[in-house]
Each structure stands twice: as structure tokens, then as C-alpha cells.
Design a protein around this ligand. Structure first.
Ligand SMILES: Cc1cc2nc3c(=O)[nH]c(=O)nc-3n(C[C@H](O)[C@H](O)[C@H](O)COP(=O)(O)O)c2cc1C
Length: 310
């Protein structure tokens, strides 16, 4: 059987499938559940400095064939409350990555110190939520901003930092390079694509917030293109996110240059059992294609394979 363990951002993952932030990861028990179902690691909901209720409903719309449109508004209990949930997941043995969001480099740094103190194996910076005023894309939209935030965080914590990059940009690789310069141990790409749907009978947007973020199978080619472009420019590991639903999807990301993938929307559609199916399916697929280890397949779709085979 092919070897599924991967080393990513200095973290040893038992398999490359991570629970994506914001999906199923709100309580310690749900994080532990995804771990027990076979995830290689679990990423928490993005946590801020203070509790936020999020936007009024409707906050999410399901499109069966191609994904979800959401504008949750980053609801979360805040960093004072959340460490107890991380503790529950860690006690269950889970490899936990803590996601944080802030409105400035200073706020990110303060949150990162609090998050690092919980014992998470890595911290993912949400620099990419497309629909939260003052957060996400609004402070991670340019290379200068990304570098400033990542540097402020890496100066105060030794926990590996993963910068989560937006696809709502002209040049995702420039954002990833900025994260690398700032000291990030890895980049993850992508967060949701800014999107909207209109209810023609009500003559208004479907979501209460209007603009939202699109996720699921529809965005997989976009995520793949971002990972492809980023892999060609940066030396740090890349984590692929967006529309992973099958083992083939995961292997596409890996061949484009990802060392691990995050799974979000498909957990909503299939439940956490998806992690066991993905893990077994990827192992079979790698065997069939003659790869002994996941790491042997990283980046092999690029014309110059020198980066991928190390
Ligand atoms: C309902 C919902 C909530 C999300 N919340 C967060 C969040 O708190 N932080 C974050 O970084 N990404 C968040 N995301 C984005 C996902 O982590 C992921 O980047 C995106 O959905 C693409 O992956 P997928 O197609 O597998 O869902 C959220 C996505 C959805 C659908």
C-alpha cells in the first residue's frame, strides 16, 4: 500500500487530508469526530479576538451539483473561549491546526500568541475570507499586506504558520511569495471565490449579506490553477483547497504541487465519513499509478519536475 504520511510545514501528517476551516470544526467534539473518521489533521473555525455572532440568516445556500454559496460573517466564540474546544480535540489525539483572523497585523500577532499557547501544531492565517468587512481579503489582498501580517506573526510565535491565500487576486503566486518572505512555513490556497446569487422573485440577493463566497466542485479548477502557479514560484509547501470531493481531485492537487489538501464542502455533502473514503481511495489510486508515496507525486504534472521530486 502506498505511503500516505506527509511532512508539511514541519508537521508530520498521517495522511494528506485536512478538515478545512469553518466546516464541521466549531466544537472540540466535531474536530475530534473528523479526526476519528480518518482526517490527517483538523483545522479549527477561524477564531477572532472577541465573540462574533456572524451575519443574519440566510447565510448559506446549497447548489447540489456544484457547491455552496456562504456569507457566515465569521461567527466564532472568540479566543478567550475557544482554547477549551481545542483541548477536547487534542485529548482525542487529533492533530489540530488553529485558524485565526484579525483586522490588523498587530491583532493577528496577539491572536497567534494565544493560539500557539493552546498547543496546536500549526496556525493558519485567514487572509482570504471574501465577505467580512475589515478582515480576510481586505487585509490580505496585496503582497505588502500579506508579508506584513505574516512577519508580525512569525516574529512572536515559533509554531509553523500557514498563510491562506485568496483566489480573488490577479497574481496568487505574488501573495504566496510575500508569505514566504514573511516567514510562513507553508501557504494554503484557496479560500472561497467572491460570488453572489439573486432571487429573481424577491428581487434581491439570496444571502442576507448579498455577496458571499463560492466553494465546492465548481471552484476546483480555480484552486488547482492557484496551486499550480504558486508551486512554480515558492519553495515552502503548498496546501491545496477547493472542491476536493474524490481521491482523483486530491491527486490532481498533489500533482499540481500540493503536499496536503483541505476538504470542506464535501464534508457538508457526505459527512465526515468522506475522510475514510478519500484516504483509502487515494492509497489505491497511488498503487494503481505506481507511486510508492504521496510525496513522490508532488508536483509531477509540471514540465520541470526538479521541484516536485525532492
Ligand atoms: C460555510 C463555510 C464556512 C467557512 N469558514 C471559513 C473560516 O472560518 N475560515 C477560513 O479560512 N475559511 C473558511 N471557509 C473556506 C473553506 O475553508 C475552504 O477554503 C473553501 O470552502 C474551499 O474548499 P471546499 O471547496 O473544499 O469547501 C468556509 C467555507 C464554508 C463553505
Amino acid at each position: 500500500m502506498a505511503e500516505l504520511t506527509v511532512d508539511c510545514a514541519g508537521v508530520n501528517l498521517r495522511n494528506p487530508f485536512l478538515l478545512a476551516s469553518g466546516i464541521w470544526g466549531e466544537s472540540g467534539e466535531s474536530l475530534a469526530g473528523a479526526w476519528n473518521a480518518g482526517a490527517g489533521g483538523v483545522i479549527t473555525k477561524s477564531i477572532g479576538s472577541v465573540p462574533r455572532p456572524g451575519y443574519p440568516n440566510p447565510t448559506i445556500e446549497t447548489y447540489e451539483r456544484w457547491g455552496l454559496l456562504n456569507a457566515m460573517g465569521l461567527p466564532n466564540p472568540g479566543i478567550d473561549e475557544y482554547p477549551r474546544e481545542i483541548e477536547v480535540a487534542r485529548r482525542a489525539g487529533a492533530t489540530v491546526i488553529g485558524s485565526i483572523f484579525g483586522g490588523s497585523a498587530k491583532e493577528f500577532a496577539a491572536l497567534a500568541e494565544r493560539m500557539a499557547a493552546t498547543g496546536v501544531v500549526a496556525i493558519e492565517l485567514n487572509l482570504s475570507c471574501p465577505h467580512a468587512e475589515g478582515y480576510g481579503t481586505e487585509i490580505g489582498g496585496t503582497p505588502e499586506e500579506v508579508e506584513r501580517v505574516v512577519r508580525a506573526v512569525t516574529e512572536v510565535v515559533s509554531t509553523p504558520v500557514i498563510a491562506k491565500i485568496t483566489p480573488n487576486t490577479r497574481d496568487p503566486a505574488a501573495l504566496a511569495l510575500a508569505a514566504e518572505r514573511g516567514g510562513a512555513a507553508a501557504v494554503s490556497a484557496i479560500n472561497t471565490l467572491r460570488a453572489i446569487a439573486i432571487d429573481v422573485r424577491l428581487r434581491r440577493p439570496v444571502l442576507a449579506h448579498g455577496l458571499g463566497g463560492l466553494s465546492g466542485p465548481a471552484i476546483k479548477p480555480v484552486g488547482l490553477a492557484c496551486v499550480w502557479q504558486i508551486f512554480e514560484k515558492v519553495s515552502i509547501p503548498v496546501v491545496g483547497v477547493g472542491g476536493v470531493a474524490t481521491p482523483e481531485d486530491a491527486l490532481e492537487y498533489i500533482m499540481a504541487g500540493a503536499r496536503a489538501v483541505e476538504v470542506g464542502t464535501q464534508v457538508t455533502f457526505d459527512g465526515i465519513g468522506v475522510f475514510g473514503r478519500l484516504r483509502e481511495g487515494l492509497s489505491r489510486l497511488l498503487d494503481e499509478l505506481g507511486f510508492a508515496r504521496v510525496e513522490d507525486a508532488v508536483g509531477v504534472a509540471h514540465p520541470t519536475t526538479s521541484r516536485g521530486l525532492g
